[in-house]
Design a protein around this ligand. Structure first.
Ligand SMILES: [Zn+2]
Length: 250
């Protein structure tokens, strides 16, 4: 198994290629057209593409599928949002449209969900070459989060980023997901690939998970808490205030 990570110029967003026996999964290809061309070219060098996978529905993770002629695998929750026309699914696309318009990013094939999709269930195992990839449902940052365990590597989407604090959609779910991730990491994971930022060792990932747990538990207990990291990043305090608002709205 070979796992390569390419990093976007925006928010250190990661695009991961998992290759086994010439079969490739491409996870969250992002974001700008020339970056997508590079990811597609690198994938073609490694083998044939089996599928694109979205770790969740947020706009910065779901625009790259048009660069690939392959089905897209998503969580059951995201699939449900798409087929029922849930406002959340519409907003994800609207956010991408808004960003691309603001920064003149060409998106010749438009802003749309892929038509060929497969919904993945929690603890499903996906065959890739001779390997099995384990699927984890990871709600909390968004309802539709999905993680993958490939060999001794864990892909977590927008959890455990060294670049940002937790962005909370549902606090209870976020706490459950963090505890589950710690459990998974401590049982055989050597490396963690977050959706934003560099690849992490097991120790680095667990340290981030514990710091995030402490931050969220203190939010719950005291109604406020110091940021666990990235306090000097512009806008991070606003994310913290959004977390507080989420807490108050239940
Ligand atoms: Zn996200």
């Amino acid at each position: 198994m070979r796992i390569d990570v390419l990093t976007s110029g925006i928010w250190q967003t990661t695009s991961t290629i998992i290759e086994v026996d010439g079969a490739c999964l491409v996870i969250d290809p992002a974001y700008f057209p020339r970056e997508l061309e590079a990811i597609a070219a690198h994938t073609a060098e490694l083998g044939r593409i089996e599928a694109v996978v979205f770790t969740h529905g947020h706009w910065d993770h779901v625009m790259g599928h048009t660069a690939f002629d392959a089905p897209v695998w998503v969580s059951q929750t995201l699939e449900h949002s798409i087929i029922t026309g849930h406002p959340r699914a519409a907003k994800y696309l609207e956010d991408a449209r808004d960003f691309d318009s603001r920064w003149y990013v060409p998106r010749p094939r438009g802003h749309a969900w892929p038509l060929a999709r497969r919904a993945l269930a929690d603890e499903e195992h996906l065959a890739l070459g001779r390997e099995l990839i384990r699927v984890l449902q990871l709600p909390g940052h968004s309802p539709d989060g999905l993680g993958l365990v490939a060999g001794d590597t864990l892909l977590v989407g927008d959890y455990l980023s060294p670049c940002e604090i937790p962005f909370v959609d549902n606090l209870d779910a976020y706490l459950v997901t963090l505890r589950r991730l710690i459990e998974v990491i401590e049982h055989g994971v050597r490396e963690v690939i977050p959706g934003h930022g560099p690849r992490l060792t097991r120790a680095e990932a667990v340290a981030i998970a514990r710091a995030d747990l402490a931050y969220l538990e203190r939010l719950l207990a005291d109604g406020d808490a110091p940021l666990p990291r990235a306090a000097d990043v512009i806008g991070m305090r606003d994310h913290h205030l959004e977390n507080l608002a989420k807490l108050r709205s239940g």
